[in-house]
Design a protein around this ligand. Structure first.
Ligand code: R5P
Length: 312
């Protein structure tokens, strides 16, 4: 079975880098839109009997990128691909894993079903907001972790007197993973979300006084969570030079300005989302391409991914 890679428009640089790692060209496809905005996808080379990997995070614009992925999958399935896998480094809708209030969709389940209906037979994702959404997928989900790559990238900037900080309870397991990789203690900020754009802090568990905070999270959206956490640990007596590491740098709305105003010592992000070339931030980008290329190669050959998977 031939291995073929195709990319939607969401993260060209990452797709190019994965292709380079695998020493394969990116497959020829065109994604266009009719004048009314309706998308049209054409796969321009044969995929018959191939093992196809579609590289597309559902980063903003979320709906467009999701639809491109679905259309690419459908085109490949109908053109006779033997297996279609979706490589979705940032998987949106993972926050909507249950009906938190009344009359809400379980969006994570719906998106999983849509991918399957579109012909996707396997999904590869990194640091899902909620790993439990695996249960909403009927197709196999390979959930990879960026923590070791980000921790290695951060290591050179982290002094001995540092503490890994979870900016909310949801990030506690992730913080534990960083702490054991970096051999550092952990503190947890107890966040309260006041509305979609504003967060507050109730208390901090663990010691931060006199230590350099290394705040870790799965994603930075508007930057409100990171801003509140950094301000709270500073108020609690941490050293001011904060380091932040996160997998998905969505950086929407006021995020860049909020992060800039924090005067961070270092911001480490993965390239799961296509980041702007230049940002007024002390940014270091850790590429996920080697890990994703390795995962694709092993899946193609039928080898184990055990050491690449996120646990817990
Ligand atoms: C929430 O639980 C997530 O892990 C992130 O902390 C959150 O989604 C980040 O959003 P924002 O940057 O808008 O605070």
């Amino acid at each position: 079975m031939t291995l073929l890679l195709f990319a939607g428009s969401a993260n060209g640089p990452l797709a190019t880098e994965i292709a380079r790692e695998l020493q394969l060209p990116l497959g020829d496809c065109e994604i266009a839109a009719f004048p009314d905005g309706e998308l049209h996808v054409t796969v321009r080379e044969s995929v018959r009997n191939a093992d196809v990997y579609l590289i597309q995070p559902t980063s903003p614009s979320v709906e467009r990128h999701l639809l491109e992925l679905l259309l690419l999958a459908d085109a490949c399935r109908r053109a006779g691909a033997q297996r279609v896998s979706a490589v979705v480094p940032y998987f949106g809708y993972a926050r909507q894993d249950r009906r938190a209030g009344g009359r809400e969709p379980v969006a994570a389940r719906l998106i999983a079903d849509l991918l399957q209906t579109g012909g996707v037979q396997r999904v590869i994702a990194i640091d899902l907001h909620n790993p439990a959404i695996e249960g909403t997928f009927a197709v196999p989900l390979e959930h990879l972790s960026a923590a070791h790559v980000l921790a290695e990238t951060a290591r050179a900037s982290i002094p001995a007197d540092a503490v890994v900080v979870a900016p909310d309870l949801g990030a506690a397991k992730l913080a534990d993973r960083y702490a054991s990789l970096l051999n550092l203690p952990v503190a947890i900020v107890h966040k309260v979300r006041l509305d979609a754009h504003t967060v507050g802090v109730r208390r901090i568990t663990g010691e931060v006084r006199g230590l350099v905070p290394v705040v870790v999270d799965d994603m930075i959206s508007t930057g409100g969570t990171i801003e509140a956490a950094v301000e709270a640990v500073r108020e609690a007596g941490s050293k001011p030079e904060a380091i932040v590491a996160a997998t998905h740098g969505l950086l929407v709305g006021p995020a860049v300005e909020r992060l800039r105003a924090l005067g961070l010592r270092r911001l480490i992000l993965a390239d799961t989302v296509n980041l702007p070339i230049s940002l007024p931030l002390p940014l270091q980008v850790a590429s996920m391409a080697p890990m994703l290329a390795e995962a694709i190669a092993r899946l193609h050959d039928g080898r184990s991914l055990a050491d690449l998977l996120a646990r817990g």
